[in-house]
Design a protein around this ligand. Structure first.
Ligand code: NDP
Length: 513
């Protein structure tokens, strides 16, 4: 059995390395017919995949994990070639997904186990009640370009673990890592329940026409289009969208740790991370000291891509368009009075943009209101914790946040007042690759939880209720029900409503005692 692979030869997409413009591969553009054919083929094999159960699926997931670890260097090379990432930024993707497989493979059986809820009323005590999780047969996963291997992995792995078949549509900018992702599944000889469809936005739209459920990650604007298209078909969806994550640095924080963590959280993957640190609020007494430390740290960031070692911290931007957005945000900030303390410009080579610190930033600037998605860290001085919380919450986005403080309890109190889906205290990005906790954006940052915890698996399922008699049913079967006053009142009301048929229908009769 082989996985579905791209077949259309209508036209192709040429993929280039944005760091130097080299052509690194091509993929086909699938039209609606090609997408429909792949969806049909995947559906053929899904019932068998569901039937082998979590234990059977675990075997294949673990073999896929082995494949990812065995091919880690190759995956890194492909990632670097189509994104312009540094080796360090690229190499973590395959390993992170291999790690997440441990979680889903270990927990799927428990998460998907039948539940037997207790009857709420004496009327149903004669019934065995069961809740069953049945997967959506075909899940469509649409992913962006910032983590071309990890993004598919975050969504596809739990969907497969749930028993769904999956058709993956990666960004047109970075489809080659997704080709490898699906190739791994094919190479281990797994059942052909994972397919790949490549193309532009129209291919993603065609996928929505075929799938039974959609998981989308990308911009808020496209996410809204996806939501409308899913609503037209009445299929469920979950969206992981943009972010503008705040960092709050309180005066009692370890400023070295805060500067290091915020530099890393803002520069990792050249800032092209939905949960990147995009805004920093610092209490006035430590503002100057923190800004000096952050500037030192960001100036030391090594940017580049060449070579086989781990010399560079970050690489290029994935697209010229994204680099231009970053440049515009920096220019608008400086025109409005912000100071550039590090970087501030494109390097002039490929799509690189210098690691940048902006100080004396005003919350009204575009670099504070729109998602920048680049290697810039704008810093705002605030009077106190209250002002920091107010400004952090003053955003259309609500993905995640960080709080930096010497008092973890205080950090947790601040966290509970932030309007975001996750808060990391004295750390950045800690939650995103920890599948034990839920990940999902609030406000314009998402809808439905994306990943993590039992819901990260159950979201790929439909719940089915099954009721069955506990004992052989007989026409005149009797059951004495609880003598509690409320139980008796409800049961008698139900019997009256059924005009006396309640006795036969529910197999009960009133307790005379
Ligand atoms: P998009 O949201 O436009 O694209 C995300 C995915 O959706 C891609 O696979 C894209 O395909 C696909 N797509 C586009 N249109 C449709 C449609 N109508 N129906 C179904 N699928 C569709 O992101 P961009 O790549 O344009 O990036 C724009 C901005 O989004 C960035 O500047 C950044 O701010 C933000 N972003 C957020 C990310 C996150 O993790 N939350 C990740 C990446 C970007 P194709 O690429 O082929 O058009």
């Amino acid at each position: 059995m082989t996985a579905v692979e791209p077949k259309s030869d209508q036209a192709t997409i040429t993929v280039r390395n944005p760091a130097d413009g080299r052509i690194v591969g091509t993929v086909p553009i699938d039209g609606p017919e090609a997408v429909a054919a792949k969806a049909r083929e995947l559906r053929l094999f899904q019932p068998e995949w569901e039937a082998i159960g979590p234990r059977g699926r675990k075997v294949w997931l673990m073999r896929w994990q082995d494949w990812m670890l065995d091919n880690a260097d190759h995956i890194t090379e492909v990632l670097m070639s189509e994104t312009g990432k540094s080796r360090g930024d690229a190499s973590f993707e395959g390993v992170a997904i291999a790690d997440s497989i441990n979680y889903w493979a270990a927990n799927a059986e428990a998460f998907l186990a039948d539940r037997h809820p207790k009857a709420h009323s004496p009327l149903f005590k004669v019934k065995k009640l069961t809740t069953v999780y049945r997967p959506h047969p075909l899940v469509g996963v649409i992913t962006p370009w910032n983590f071309p291997f990890a993004m598919p992995g975050i969504d596809v792995v739990p969907a497969l673990a749930a028993g769904a078949a999956v058709l993956l549509k990666p960004s047109e900018v970075t489809p080659l890592s997704a080709v490898e992702f699906v190739r791994g599944w094919t190479e281990i000889g797994a059942p052909p329940v994972l397919g790949l469809t490549t193309g532009y936005g129209a291919t993603g739209a065609a996928l929505i026409e075929q799938a039974d459920m959609i998981q989308f990650t990308g911009s808020t604007a496209t996410g809204k289009k996806v939501a409308v298209a899913c609503a037209e078909r009445l299929i469920p969806f979950s969206l992981e969208l943009g972010g503008k994550d705040p960092a709050i640095v309180l005066a009692d924080a370890d400023l070295d740790r805060a500067a290091n963590g915020i530099a890393w959280g803002g520069m990792f993957n050249s800032g092209q991370v939905c949960v990147s640190v995009e805004r920093v609020f610092v209490e006035a007494p430590v503002y100057d000291e923190f800004v000096a430390k952050l500037t030192d740290r960001v100036r030391s960031v090594q940017q580049g891509q060449e070579g086989s070692g781990f010399k560079y911290d970050t690489g290029a931007m994935a697209t010229a368009a994204q680099r231009d957005i970053v440049e515009r945000h920096v220019q608008e900030a400086t025109a409005a009075g912000a100071r550039v303390l590090a970087g501030g410009k494109p390097t002039g080579v490929g799509t690189f943009f210098q690691p940048t610190v902006l100080a004396d930033v005003d919350p009204s600037m575009t670099c504070m209101t729109e998602e920048t998605f680049g290697p810039t860290i704008p810093v705002v001085k605030v009077a106190d914790e209250e002002e920091a919380i107010r400004l952090a919450n003053d955003s259309q986005y609500g993905l995640s946040a960080t709080v930096w403080t010497g008092d973890t309890g205080r950090g947790e109190q601040v966290a509970r007042r932030l309007e975001v889906g996750a808060v990391n205290i004295n750390d950045a990005l800690a939650n995103i690759f920890c599948p034990s906790v839920p990940m999902g954006g609030w406000k314009q940052s998402g809808m439905g939880y994306r990943a993590g915890g039992p819901n990260g698996l159950i979201k790929y399922c439909r719940q089915q209720a099954i009721t069955a008699p506990r004992v052989p049913t007989q026409k005149s079967e009797l059951m004495w029900y609880s003598s509690s006053t409320r139980g008796r009142r409800v049961a008698l009301a139900a019997m009256r409503a059924f005009g006396g048929h309640g006795v036969r229908r529910f197999g009960i009769r009133p307790n005379k005692g």
